[in-house]
Design a protein around this ligand. Structure first.
Ligand code: FES
Length: 67
């Protein structure tokens, strides 16, 4: 079985564990899930209304969501 999951977030979510901050990946690109590893920086230049697929650290537009 396969599945495609779409993430729209471009930054992590901070959670507090005691006095310590933990950063949870919300973009789906981290290689250290559930934690952020900074990979969300790849998604900063994404254009609204387009769908991107990431392979080997590069994003490719695969579909226009809004015409
Ligand atoms: S939010 Fe996903 S790598 Fe940072």
């Amino acid at each position: 079985m396969a599945r495609i999951v779409v993430h729209e977030a471009k930054k992590p979510m901070e959670i507090k564990v005691g006095n310590e901050s933990k950063w949870i990946c919300m973009c789906g690109l981290s290689n250290n899930k559930p934690f952020c590893d900074g990979s969300h920086k790849q998604a900063q230049d994404e254009i609204e209304g387009k769908l991107y697929r990431y392979e080997n650290g590069k994003g490719v537009v695969v579909k226009r969501l809004i015409t």
